[in-house]
Design a protein around this ligand. Structure first.
Ligand code: PMP
Ligand code: GLU
Length: 399
């Protein structure tokens, strides 16, 4: 079978691959603890399930408009106004099968061969591959641990060329949990005002998973004058435990949104109609479960940080959002496994943990900054505790 040349530009998503590998091992009887999945372990709240059932009972089982059902787009407008103080018109909104698909639509309709997209690293895995798939060139800018894994105005300015088309921002960040402050975003906006050809993509999918009292700030809040250049994305997967519903949304420039809708019309037609009705319920109000989930995540984060920082050779700072930590494992490089293998990369270490400790994590190289690894704490506390015991033991077994 001769596949298309463009496939050579990308690889399978490493986060999805690790999750699937852990599930496979578990199904074959291996007692694997999966810390790879970026998916809340809670049950989807009843109010959402009930609405989905109701949609089925009411026969809402037909195609929807490519831009999304009017009721959902109105719920999204209300959400942006209520939670983010952002005002949008119905023609500014599009709905897709997850933020993942909307990102792809956005890159597909804007990138020509060689157009550059600035992606601060560590980054969520799919940005760079999607850009490449759409003929663009990802420009990865390393943001060091000493910088809180965040892009500085100096580094942004240095990365910009005449070909720069997009800057991708993701706060709270997957995989680091870093959260940008109002001041930090404001400083980036100062640079971006000098380059009118650059659009800003703000991926806010972890908006509601934050652990400080500081209000959430999205890029559109700090630069209302750049409104037409900002595409704000969000979704129901993480906040409302709706990963399998596959539902995301975006707000931005009408011309861009119209083009993204055209892609929907020729690819998926629309996001799943039942999921759209369920999302209307999800976005309707500030449910108590949001607070409860945050409390549980914070408790797990603290427990995990204490255990991980107690392991010789691994260190991690406190992240303020999302449900990941991104520990550094530089000191483990060069150590030898009981099987005689010298650890030369974070991938070697993640492989060792999976094979010898039956713990699945994602290696840092997948997120563009090494040597680190990502742990997702969207998993029950007892399993998290057991995973830490196993990691500690595996590291102690290195020489
Ligand atoms: N952006 C980030 C930063 C993510 O971690 C994810 C997780 N899958 C997505 C986008 C995509 O989410 P979804 O397609 O489920 O909306
Ligand atoms: N975003 C999640 C993760 O990073 C889910 C998997 C994926 O879509 O990449 O693990």
């Amino acid at each position: 079978m001769q596949l298309a040349n463009r496939l050579s530009k990308i690889k399978p998503s490493p986060t999805v691959a690790v999750t699937m590998r852990a599930a496979e091992l578990r199904a074959s009887g291996v007692d694997v603890i999966g810390l790879g999945a970026g998916e809340p372990d809670f049950a989807t709240p009843d109010v959402i399930l009930d609405t989905a059932h109701q949609a089925l009972n009411d026969g809402k089982t037909k195609y929807a408009p490519p831009a999304g059902i009017i009721e959902l787009r109105q719920a999204i407008i209300n959400k942006f106004q209520r939670e983010n103080q952002l005002t949008f018109d119905i023609s500014n909104i599009t709905v897709g099968s997850g933020v993942k698909q909307l990102l792809y639509n956005a890159f597909l309709v804007t990138l020509n061969q060689g157009d550059e997209v600035i992606v601060p690293a560590p980054y969520w895995v799919s940005y760079v591959d999607q850009v490449a798939l759409c003929d663009g060139a990802p420009v990865v800018v390393s943001c060091e641990r000493s910088e809180g894994f965040k892009l500085t105005p100096e580094k942004l300015r240095a990365a910009i060329t005449t070909k720069t088309k997009w800057l991708v921002l993701n706060s709270p960040c997957n995989p680091t949990g870093a959260v940008y402050s109002r001041e930090e975003l404001t400083a980036l906006a100062v640079v971006l005002r000098d380059f009118p050809q650059i659009q800003i993509l703000s991926d806010d999918i972890y908006e509601h998973i934050r652990f400080t009292d500081a209000p959430f700030v999205t890029f559109a809040n700090v630069a209302p004058d750049l409104k037409d250049r900002i595409l704000t994305m969000n979704g129901v997967s993480k906040t409302y435990v709706m990963t399998g519903f596959r539902l995301g949304y975006a707000a931005g420039n009408k011309t861009l949104i119209k083009a993204m809708n055209m892609i929907n019309s020729q690819t998926t037609t629309s996001a799943c109609t039942i999921s759209q009705w369920a999302a209307v319920a999800a976005l309707a109000e500030d449910y108590d479960f949001l607070q409860q989930h945050r409390k549980i995540f914070k408790h797990r984060r603290d427990l995990l940080l204490e255990r991980i920082n107690g392991i010789d050779g691994i260190t991690c700072d406190t992240p303020h959002g999302a449900f990941y930590i991104y520990p550094e494992c530089t000191e483990l490089m060069g150590r030898k496994t009981p099987q005689g293998k010298i650890l030369q990369s974070d991938e070697d270490f993640a492989h060792y943990l999976l094979e010898q400790a039956n713990v699945a994590v994602v290696h840092g190289e997948a997120f563009g900054l090494s040597p680190y690894f990502r742990i997702s704490y969207a998993i029950a506390e007892n399993a998290l505790q057991e995973a830490c015991v196993r990691i500690k033991k595996a590291v102690e077994n290195l020489s």
